[in-house]
Design a protein around this ligand. Structure first.
Ligand SMILES: *Cc1c(COP(=O)(O)O)cnc(C)c1O
Length: 400
């Protein structure tokens, strides 16, 4: 038995069956490349769903992790530590918000945003206790907790895990009028992904976020934007909502904030919203720990120093143009922004899974999201040569 088979057998024997990974076993990675236990090399065009915007093991981020590991890693929030202030200041000034609240996973940051919005609804807007509603979009993905699933519409993710929390009406994604019609006197907020990532790289019509921003202002509602997947340059702007020149009330961050090495998440808000929290309302033992703060600070530094946002815009436009020029008989649709690109496969040609396995054999790693869509999200610092190598392989895979 080769190493790959051995590792997969051992993993499957002891793990829960909640994932269906591609059949490769990674043991090493650097930049845009990963290596498996049997010595094969692959181009990573998934980047852990955008958590690896900086590529694998960026030297400066790894150094920060090591340096901080040698000083102090955890204090809990019972004490202050010397990395917190600089991290929060950098995140807030870069993003144009007054305050940030750090957590660990994206899901926790979403929960944090929902709690902030509900509390704002009661304390500031005057919604009667226990009645606050937050409008979400159908086909959303914001995590797997019971709170987050309370606004989900996907059957596979939600069936069998109820009962759910009330107060999360859903409306079709991309339809601003539907949001306005769903508003009641108890609505506190609207929560949206600027592009639905897990939902199949669904790009809403141009002007959607702008219109939703006007509606939420008019009705005194908070606008919460989930940038966990789209943030930190993925779509060619620091945050995807900046394509429409709006300012949300709460922004949810995760994935690439941890520089590909450590789980770090956060929400951003201005004082009027963030100050609804008082000691005892909310928290996390590991949230904003010294290691997380130092790593995230460095990840933000690298993002700006290396011009990764501009790279994403340029390479993304090139990638999209090249894909369209392939004129492949198996491709139904190509969509996205920056280096977040969805390729929808024609049903007659096979499933997304079939094509992700085929591309893996050709040395390109990508994963299906929804049955027919492949999501391409290479590291933002991928070299043009490596991207071209990947595109050549894709040409073979999409020949039909
Ligand atoms: C991945 C993701 C989350 C959840 O993040 P986790 O770190 O997996 O908990 C939330 N929202 C969006 C848009 C995501 O893509």
């Amino acid at each position: 038995m080769n190493q790959t088979k051995k590792c997969i057998h051992q993993t499957n024997k002891y793990s829960a069956n909640n994932y269906h990974p591609l059949p490769l076993v990674v043991s090493k990675a650097q930049g845009s490349w990963v290596y498996d236990v049997d010595g094969h090399k692959y181009l990573d065009m998934l980047s852990s769903y955008s958590a690896l915007n900086h590529g694998h093991r960026h030297p400066k981020i790894i150094q920060a992790l090591k340096d901080q590991a040698d000083r102090v890693t955890l204090t809990s929030r019972a004490f202050h530590h010397d990395q917190m202030g600089s991290f929060l200041e950098k995140l807030c000034t870069l993003s144009g918000f007054d305050r940030a609240l750090p957590m660990n996973s994206g899901t926790e940051a979403v929960e944090t945003a929902l709690k902030a919005a509900r509390k704002w609804g009661y304390d500031v807007k005057g919604i009667p206790e226990g009645k606050a509603e937050i409008i979400a979009a159908e086909n959303n993905f914001s995590g797997r907790s019971i709170g987050v699933l309370s606004m989900s519409t996907g059957k596979l993710a939600t069936e069998g895990f109820g009962p759910y929390a009330p107060g999360f009406p859903t409306v079709p994604f991309g339809d601003a009028k539907a949001i306005e019609e769903a508003i009641t006197e108890n609505t506190a907020a609207v929560i949206l992904e600027p592009i639905q990532g897990e939902g199949g790289v669904v790009v809403p019509p141009e002007g959607y976020l702008k219109e939703v921003r006007e509606i939420t202002k008019k009705h005194n509602l908070l606008l919460i934007i989930d940038e966990v997947q789209t943030g930190f340059g993925r779509t060619g702007k620091l945050y995807c909502y900046q394509h429409e020149d709006i300012q949300p009330d709460i922004v949810i961050l995760g994935k690439a904030l941890g520089g590909g090495v450590y789980p770090v998440s956060a929400i951003l808000a201005d004082e009027g919203v963030m100050d609804v929290f008082v000691p005892g309302n909310h928290g996390s033992t590991f949230g904003g720990n010294p290691l997380a703060a130092r790593v995230a600070y460095t990840a933000l530094e690298v993002l700006m120093e290396e011009g990764l946002i501009e790279r994403s815009e340029e390479l993304g436009a090139y990638f999209m143009k090249t894909l369209k020029a392939m004129d492949s008989p198996v491709i139904e649709d190509i969509r996205g922004k920056g280096l977040m690109v969805g390729v929808e496969i024609k049903e007659a040609a096979g499933t997304g899974r079939d094509f992700s396995e085929k591309l893996m054999e050709l040395g390109v790693l990508v994963k299906d999201t929804k049955a027919q869509t492949l999501r391409f999200a290479p590291p933002l610092n991928i070299s043009k040569e490596d991207l071209d190598w990947g595109i050549d392989r894709m040409k073979m895979g999409f020949r039909g």
